[in-house]
Design a protein around this ligand. Sequence first.
Ligand code: SAM
Length: 221
Amino acid sequence: MRFDILTIFPKSLNSYLKESIIARAKKAKLIEIHLHDIRTFSKDKHKKVDDIPYGGGAGMVMTPQPLYDAINHVKKFNHGPVIYLSASGKNFKQTDAEKLVKIHALQKPKNGIILICGRYEGIDQRIIDLCIDREISIGNYVLTGGELPAMVVLDAISRLIPGVLGKEKSHEHDSFSKALNRKKEYPHYTRPEKFEGHKVPKVLLSGHHKEIENWRKSHLK
Ligand code: SAM
């Protein structure tokens, strides 16, 4: 599945994308990630990407031209939805990640998604009206930019793509999965059996699969 990420801080994402599961998924060609620096599309002689807001007020707004050109450039390679990460978007849920994977990774692998990271007070409304298919929020709080939300969306989707987690780990019994009735998962324990006076629940040591399953079911939240 292809991800195109438009940002004015592409370097800020490099370290995350070069580690662990996401890096392995890239290497195995299960995901393709393309970072685009919005600033390089600016026609301003100083490569400016922001300006003061009409109507006054504090803060700057991302100007439409660089974003418009950047989005149209990327759309030549990626025919998936253009998503703006925005605090005023719809809250992102596990079911949204599942839907995006079903459509784009399984049915149309070449049509991934295009993620737009805002900065300052956000982007000019005309870009939202002209180019954005969907606005996604990762929670009811405000961050300084859309880069971390883009990583959240990319990560939540990528781990659902078959093969990304590897054989040893399945996402099918994680929190919010269908198998867990969309509930939060049960507690996990590993060795040692006793730690700082706290013992592992006896049933988990019993080897009795049915009882363990019942205990786990009864500890879903
Ligand atoms: N003025 C905006 C508001 O009140 O909603 C906040 C802009 S914020 C400082 C800059 C950028 O961070 C936004 O354009 C958006 O891309 C991103 N952002 C901030 N909070 C977010 C959230 N909860 N979910 C997704 N993106 C967010």
